[in-house]
Ligand binder design. Structure first.
Ligand code: SF4
Length: 354
């Protein structure tokens, strides 16, 4: 690629991001002031499978950039960050003293760039290879490497390569892809939320993943739209859980050992700054779901061949008063965190009587 082509390409991608931002009626600005050699953030989390490290790298923003209610690209750059910078970010994660101290405890590494890690235009392939290598060298007990991505960037050849690479560590590591499915209803997901994800594409992806026995994490958003009632929010999650349960059973089921183990990651919607949810919230047309309803929705997964994780972190992106965690909710949050660790449905049953 010559210099002119490369400039044209960068501009094309920047324009694509701007177009998504406009289509999604976003008002937030991108973050061009972040140090390009530092990840956006990272944190440890307790997962049902031991210690997890969640890392969000700073790269060029999500090329889709239009989903309603999403302001994740506001923490990214509209422009390329450069593979050397992203490589340095990877090095800094592994050099971090807190990470080094706990490196043998880390069982899950969750990798995000607030977009798609498997989109090589925004997340350089060399950085991904470097990350897999460093994870193998540093995290001797890693059991799951989870990559967040949109479905359309997953290529069978990439899956093939990753399948081989993750087998080379000291302990068996499984690959998990995390996909934003968000809503079961096609009209809500694609017409209103602008996700651009059909069930056909999703099911084809599961077919490709099944060949390698990869895991799948499906993000769902409870009550993602203005105008949706609390009950409609619960019902859509229940429908999605039933659909995933059917897919999991079709690919082996719990007893037969599913070829694609599905984890439902249920995110209660928060009011994200600079989105049309913020406008609806400020005009009194939207309130986030409450934790009792989130527990009721998750309860539907009891006895299905899948696991559930309830997302309880708004990453500081909610407007004041726009979080699903309200004053006095701390004990409820603690109970839901216990559910995440233990998959004990008695905890969710206890919410129904609240
Ligand atoms: S939800 Fe994901 S795919 Fe949609 S705009 Fe946000 S980062 Fe991009």
């Amino acid at each position: 690629m010559d210099q002119e082509d490369s400039v044209f390409d960068e501009n094309t991608v920047a324009r694509q991001i701007a177009s998504g931002h406009k289509t999604g009626r976003k008002t937030f600005a991108f973050d061009e002031n972040h140090d390009p050699t530092e990840p956006i953030t990272m944190w440890f989390q307790d997962t049902g499978e031991g210690l997890g490290l969640f890392v969000i790298f700073y790269t060029q923003a999500c090329r889709w950039s239009r989903c309603l209610g999403c302001n994740l690209p506001s923490l990214c750059s509209q422009f390329p960050v450069g593979f050397k910078n992203v490589l340095t970010q990877v090095d800094r994660v592994f050099a971090n003293p807190a990470v080094q101290k706990r490196r043998s405890e880390i069982r899950r590494l969750i990798v995000s760039n607030n977009g798609s890690v498997l989109d090589q235009i925004t997340f350089p392939s060399t950085a991904l290879m470097h990350l897999v290598l460093q994870a193998q060298l540093n995290f001797s007990n890693l059991s799951v490497l989870c990559l967040e991505t949109r479905a359309e960037y997953v290529e069978p050849a990439e899956l093939e390569f990753l399948a081989r690479a993750i087998k080379e560590g000291e302990t068996p590591t499984e690959l998990e892809l995390a996909i934003g499915f968000e809503a079961f209803d096609d009209k809500i997901r694609n017409n209103l939320m602008k996700k651009g994800l059909t069930k056909k594409v999703f099911e084809e992806l599961i077919g490709d993943m099944a060949e390698h026995r990869f895991r799948l994490k499906c993000y769902l958003m409870q009550k993602p739209m203005p105008g949706m009632t609390d009950e409609e929010g619960i019902r859509d999650i229940q429908n999605a859980i039933a659909y995933f349960g059917t897919l999991s059973a079709a690919h082996g089921g719990k007893d037969a050992g599913p070829r694609v183990q599905i984890n439902v990651h249920l995110n209660p919607t928060y009011v994200a700054k600079g989105t049309i949810l913020e406008k609806a919230f400020l005009e009194g047309g939207y309130t986030p779901p409450n934790l009792r309803d989130v527990a009721r929705a998750a309860l539907f997964a009891e006895n299905l061949p899948l696991t559930v994780f309830i997302g309880l972190n708004d990453e500081g992106l909610a407007v004041p008063g726009g979080s699903f965690i309200r004053e006095g909710d701390d004990p409820l949050v603690e109970r839901l965190e216990k559910f995440n660790q233990r998959q004990d449905y008695n905890i969710l049953h206890s919410f129904v009587s609240l």
